[in-house]
Design a protein around this ligand. Sequence first.
Ligand SMILES: [Zn+2]
Length: 105
Amino acid sequence: MGTAKTKTRTVRIARLPNADGVGVLCIETDGACQFYTFLEIRCEIGGRGFAVHRLGQGELYHVRVGAPEDASCECMGFLRWGRCKHVSALAALIRQGELPQRGVL
Ligand SMILES: [Zn+2]
């Protein structure tokens, strides 16, 4: 936004959720891949909730995806800008039908 360089960012599922519901997604920015584990968690306040953990780093974010007013994330980007790659990555996967809703305990 407003910068001279436009980044190309794509997201894909690297590993589908296993029996425990834990999957891996890859956010690719200008050819560089960042892997995140994700786990859908119970969410009672609108939208779908995910615990997202960047591989190789200590950061764990709780991400909520849904209607615009239901989107949230704990990362600095979202706190500052009201949007972030975690929310947009999960929203894109859901939009593409790649994250079918499963029963969440
Ligand atoms: Zn975020």
